[in-house]
Design a protein around this ligand. Sequence first.
Ligand SMILES: [Zn+2]
Length: 299
Amino acid sequence: MEEWIIDKITEKSNKSKEEILDIIRQRKKQFPELTEDAILRMLATENGIIPIKRDYKIKEINQRINHVNLSAKIKRKFPPRTVTVKGREARVMNFVIEDETGEMPVVTWNENYIDRIINSPDGESISIANAYSKENPFNGIIELNLGSGSAISVNSTVTQKKEEIKTVYKKIGDIKDGETADINGFITRLFSDDIYLIRCNICKKKVDVECDVHKDKALSKTLRIRGIFDDGIYSSSITFFDRQADSLLKLSQSQDIKEKLNDISFGLYQVNISAKMNKFNDNYSLTARKISKTEYNLS
Ligand SMILES: [Zn+2]
């Protein structure tokens, strides 16, 4: 489990680390299908902590972590090797990064990253976003992996100018009632109960199982997923209907719908959402109109 999340909960809740581990064990009995890490992230969001760490130090990366952002320096590079994977040739490159807390190996199969690293001198600053760490099965050492969802920025390439239209993201508290706005943040919770909306298409009414009058003659079933969205300052309930619910579920590679919901919950994915605000008294309620995963772009 990620120590820094436990530390943050300790700070916020006045509970000791032992007490927190105890709560995790109790919840594990309650929700045997959740991993301890998922329960820890659940506890974090309950305590108002977004369990995504933006800036890791190398010494903190001592286990499998799915989303790692860090800044370091390139210490040493090894020449890329060409290997055959499933009958196709691919290049893989290893290099070592360091910061004031230590050093660690990095692996990448991405052609663009390989070219950029080769062309950077040792000692160059590098920023890495959305990498993942895991144990190398051959030597047991924790390595950082740059995958297709990762982004890097090397000092010398930062100067490359890029013309692009930047989306302006609004904070939830600034969106007016009835307004549709672009927001960026994390889904801190998705509820897995009651995810289908059943209607009778003859009388257009919402029904529980079937229509009192028309029975199951014209029932339609659409996805309706409810959750909590957090933009770092405000949080709001949010609902994804039908196509939006489909694109939400596509964020996770899991096959099972409940697994998908668990996977996307707890602040693991940073997303951009275009959503319509419905304010009722002081309650925020958003309806998603369009959703996409944040593509990290550092250079
Ligand atoms: Zn009916």
